[in-house]
Structure formats: structure tokens, C-alpha cells
Design a protein around this ligand. Structure first.
Ligand SMILES: *[C@@H]1O[C@H](CO)[C@@H](O)[C@H](O)[C@H]1NC(C)=O
Length: 181
């Protein structure tokens, strides 16, 4: 069933006119770390980053949400950290912080902005990271009563649950049936 839902979601993407190919803009205080297409890297990548670094990246989708996937990750386990915030600044809620060599899972923001920081301490440097970002028009909001969370789609400038009255598309009915609504 999960595969069927994913398939139907792909159909939903395709059916939303005009918004799929629009972008995400990025601003940063660390020059040379924003690469096209749609990737940010640690400073000097693929060479090692330096000690004492403090970088931020603000990613803004023109609509919908920001989706991150980590393609490379290698920092000093204790001390050189990437932090990801669900919003436009470091005072937004922090999704998590990462260091070491495990590749973090994909992340999707709940608004149209994601804020990322990288700090390194005074010793030990590695290659750092590559994070791919894309705009997403689908997000899964965690819900206490469902193991799948609440599936939401961005349409007509707002987030709606796939199964509420906003959604009259044939595909959404199929998705809702698959999800048991
Ligand atoms: C993470 O996102 C990338 C693309 O951005 C995708 O190719 C990959 O399948 C995703 N991984 C998972 C586990 O969903």
C-alpha cells in the first residue's frame, strides 16, 4: 500500500499546474558554498573546511516547502555541527543537529523557509557536507493518531490536507481511499 500511495502522490505532483518547476533562493554569509543546481556545501568542499567557521544559509521557496537531502556528510563527531531550523532564522524551532559521518535523513520544512548553520571548533577538519535542496509541494505533518502523519499538499497558495473539501481531484480521492479516509 505504501508504494501505491507514493505512486498516487507522484500523480498529484504532475497534476498541479505551473508550480512544480519554480525555485528556491538561497542566501549565505559564506561565499562559494552555494552551488547550482540546488546545492549548498561546507566551505572549500570537496577540500576540508577550516577551523573556527560559522556559516548560515537561508533557503526560501517561492511557495510550498523546502526539502533537503544530504548527499555527503563528514564532520568532526563531537564538535563541528550542522543545525537545521524549521523557519527563517536560528530562533525558529531546531529540527536537529548533526555531526560525524552518518548521512542525515531527508527533511521537509513546514513553512517556505529553512535555516541551516555550520560551526566548526578550533581543531580537526574534514570534508564537510553537500546538501541538495528542492521545493516541495507535499509535506507530511506528524500526527498522533496516524502512523503515516497527515499528508498535506500546497495548492492555491495554502496547505490543505489531501482529504479535506479543498481537494476534488480524482487522484486525491484515490489517495484518500488508500489512506483509509
Ligand atoms: C531523499 O531525497 C532525494 C531527492 O531529493 C531522493 O532521491 C531520495 O529518494 C530521498 N530519500 C528518501 C529515503 O526518501
Amino acid at each position: 500500500m505504501e508504494y501505491l500511495v507514493i505512486f498516487m502522490l507522484a500523480a498529484l505532483y504532475v497534476n498541479i499546474p505551473g508550480v512544480w518547476c519554480q525555485g528556491v533562493t538561497t542566501s549565505t554569509n559564506c561565499p562559494g558554498t552555494s552551488q547550482s543546481p540546488g546545492r549548498i556545501t561546507s566551505p572549500n568542499y570537496p577540500s576540508n573546511y577550516l577551523n573556527g567557521q560559522s556559516c548560515y544559509w537561508l533557503l526560501t521557496a517561492n511557495a510550498g516547502a523546502v526539502h533537503l537531502s544530504f548527499e555527503h556528510f563528514y564532520t568532526e563527531q563531537c564538535c563541528d555541527k550542522v543545525r537545521v531550523y524549521d523557519g527563517g532564522s536560528s530562533s525558529s524551532s531546531q529540527i536537529d543537529e548533526y555531526s560525524g559521518t552518518s548521512i542525515p535523513s531527508n527533511l521537509t520544512s513546514s513553512s517556505n523557509q529553512m535555516y541551516i548553520t555550520f560551526t566548526s571548533d578550533g581543531s580537526v577538519v574534514y570534508t564537510g557536507f553537500v546538501i541538495k535542496y528542492t521545493r516541495s509541494v507535499v509535506r507530511l505533518q506528524s500526527g498522533s493518531d496516524s502512523s503515516y502523519g497527515r499528508l498535506e499538499v500546497f495548492h492555491n497558495n495554502q496547505w490543505g490536507t489531501v482529504c479535506d473539501d479543498l481537494w476534488s481531484m480524482t487522484n486525491s480521492h484515490v489517495v484518500c481511499r488508500q489512506l483509509g479516509f
